[in-house]
Ligand binder design. Sequence first.
Ligand SMILES: *[C@@H]1O[C@H](CO)[C@@H](O)[C@H](O)[C@H]1NC(C)=O
Ligand SMILES: *[C@@H]1O[C@H](CO)[C@@H](O)[C@H](O)[C@H]1NC(C)=O
Ligand SMILES: [Zn+2]
Length: 989
Amino acid sequence: MAASLRALPVGLLLVQSAVLSFPLGQNRAEVATCGYKSCHATVPNMLNVHLVPHTHDDVGWLKTVDQYYYGDRNDIQHAGVQYILDSVVDQLLKNPDRRFIYVETAFFYRWWKQQSSSMQQTVKQLVSEGRLEFVNGGWCMSDEATTHYSAVIDQMTMGLKFLNETFGPCGRPRVAWHIDPFGHAREHASMFAQMGYDGFFFGRLDYQDRGHRMKNKDQELLWRASDSLTPPLADLFTGILPNGYNPPAGFCWDQLCDDPPIRDDPDLEDYNVDDVVERFLSVAHSQALVYKTNHIIMTMGSDFQYENANLWYKNLDKLIHYVNAQQANGSKVNVLYSTPSCYLQELHRANLTWALKTDDFFPYADNAHNFWTGYFTSRPALKRYERLSNSRLQICNQLEVLNGPASRKGPFGEGDSQTMRKAMAVAQHHDAVSGTEKQHVANDYARRLANGWEHCRVLVSNSLAALSGTSAKRLYCDNLNISVCPFTESTKKFAVNVYNPLAQPVTWPVRLPVNGTAYSVTDAKGKPLDCQVVPVSQATRELRQNRGYAVSELVFQVEAPPLGYSTYSVSLLQNGPPSAATQHRAPLAIQNKYLQVTFDPETGLLSSFSNLETRQTVELTQNFYWYNASDGYNAHSNQPSGAYIFRPNSSTPFVISWIAKTETIKTPVVQEVRQWFSPWVSQVVRLYADSKALELEWTVGPLPIDDGLGKEVITRLDTSIKSSGIFYTDSNGREVLQRGKDFRPTWDLKQTEPIAGNYYPVNSRAYIKDESDQLTVVTDRSQGGGSIQNGSLEIMLHRRLLYDDVRGVGEPLNETSNEYPEGLVVRGKLLLSLNPPESAADTHRPLAQQVVLQPLLTFTDGDLQSDTRLEFSGLQAVLPPAVHLLTVSQWDRDLVLLRLEHQFQSWESKMHSQPVTVNLQKLFSTMEVLGFSETNLSANQWKDEMTRLDWRPQTDDVPLLKPLGDPSIWEVTLKPMEIRTFLLRVSHR
Ligand SMILES: *[C@@H]1O[C@H](CO)[C@@H](O)[C@H](O)[C@H]1NC(C)=O
Ligand SMILES: *[C@@H]1O[C@H](CO)[C@@H](O)[C@H](O)[C@H]1NC(C)=O
Ligand SMILES: [Zn+2]
């Protein structure tokens, strides 16, 4: 097909001829020898050793991303990425055989901007000859346990877009490369497959798992990463690297290493070529024993290596020369400069079948008592801030599209979405949202997100001004969660604009700090709304300290249209303290029309949970406990709990209190029971009138450490559900995986840590179920969780530790701040729903999306101008419940990036696990879609040009289904769990 036709499929026939010249495609007539064609030849009847020179450059860890780039603060860690790239390019030019791979686009982009055009030309040449190859290529190497798929797709897209725009097809990485993340999520593999990667390599997996795989030569395998997408859509060839990501012992020639150089002048002292060659052959032969083909890979590099690349390359040149020289003496080993994709190509040529894997690589233990399951929860405040920032970024992106790029400049000044996009991309790094960085680096990530939001706020204000027709000053209240908003506290009359980023309408509770007794709230049509004034809780007063003084909160429920907003007017009617009375007796029950919970009158704890619609009831007790973190002085091992590792000293947690002091508030809008457990743990059990989920708003901290004990605080739900040792957790917020107690699907587990070894990442939800009941917990951030007893589900909320866990960060996880010198206090929500298992997803799927993409509230003072547009939807119609609008974002001046997602798994819902069709032409209300072109998931390759290497599993009983064709060119069909990505050409109406 001709390029212009492919760029605009048949759809162009429907649109004006101006669109014909729409240059989505590009001229592919380039003569380039990058990619598989640029690989060095191998020798068929020999053992081929692929040497892969590489550097692992953390996008922040012990130093901030900028400190790493410049090589600042070398007193903390000697590392400077700018010098690495300078030096490597220089060394590549010295010998065309040499190869290098580069991974983290956040760094490469910084370096590229600073190069002269002649240097840029030189680098382009190296890339087009395959001598410098991009691998992975996202903005960072994301964490896999604590990231949400939406943010991962965004950060990959940003890095890959830069590479494509800068280098064209030769800049498109073929291989995904996650050599350092601490365990591997199935959803990441699924995303990589859909981004068009041919294979995936990583370094870390459970030590028992590795042992079995070495024995069975299963360190290379085929990962079937979705139970819903038709194979091979989510199939990803996966290779486990032999030595983490380090060189074999004795062969590290970086300036950071101490191994002996190759001394090859026989006239000088200490000639060691024979010794080096002999040691190398021995390492190669033993490595070959645990892999299947006559090709093996060696990662020649490590953290921030190649700053003086001459050291590495000079010795590698010699190594290759002297080892291959032995072939003349009958050696059957051939060493070559290579890259992961060249190695992958040889594995593919071997045409073998590979073990099929359908679960994931969590949890990761590097030894019997060292489970890396603490970081699932580490830095809970940063984890929440990152998730909230994602919601803000998506809103910023959407409003930039709905009102067009003009929103960047307007009555409120100049704003942009790019700053926030970069801040979010950096935050996905495996030492960022994971919580495994030093404190000053964590502060830097948070600062970047805050700065990104400042840029977005201007854009959002400009766009809302244009869409609503009012340039009234727009205020933001970022601290509503602790009941602080000076504006609502002191203003008699104001309007609240509620923007909903979802493709379905949302009902959302609004709580505003106020000081009056009575208010009137009217909706966009002028209709009065039920609203209620309730007192601010003691826990909230203590938490906010002197940041705010509101005595009450005004509570009402709003409804916002899809991809749009609705405006509510609030007026003070009467000054004075709140009208809703608080009862101090223990409550018996609270309820709305859907749900009821009862409390034990003796203890004040929850005792049962009912769904009134389905007439289901389960016993439910919930309480708070803490594990005593191991301090490292222990009979079995000296491993302490730390930022990475969770290691309780005992499997029995301490209860914080068996009794909660309670306070009850019952109003027509909200019913809540405020529970107080201790000076550092409290909770509100809350039911809004229209909610199908029970809210548990927990407040934990500052964790006391004056007893010298590190603490890992959990909440545990103990129910009558017969869960038989099985529970379920989501993978990066998308597909749900089954977990078995003391069980791993692919080997016989020898369990050595009964609690930590049963913890899994919970990114957005976890559930337990039996034949009749499913209790689902939706979380507002990533957390660790487990089901240790039948019927029980525990979620770790906060951790404060006194020792470093010896994995490099070099600090105990002991978070304090200027505002909270006694230790961080963290507040968050769990949303509980109870449903029959066969329809539970109908509730928890939309619920989780509402938490991930929560509405944005903005405020304007006084009366609105009469011509203000009070309600707006960017969609022509609500999308079907199965469809999630994953991305609406400005791509460049002319194009819009759109991702539509089917948000149900194939087995999950009778009602929604069906193909569903969306018409692109009838999608948006503010713009017309003139043409579109489909791409891979990361939008760096046209869909119809995607060809991936094919791999055969050892056993394959999954029938290949015929793909459904789209009924008409504008209609896009989504099958369960499918994401489809489009670039749209639009014109604003
Ligand atoms: C890749 O980049 C080129 C410019 O180098 C551009 O013309 C093309 O549209 C991009 N491809 C995709 C899929 O975005
Ligand atoms: C790969 O192996 C299969 C089955 O053994 C065989 O049918 C096929 O022709 C082989 N492909 C190549 C390219 O050698
Ligand atoms: Zn790393």
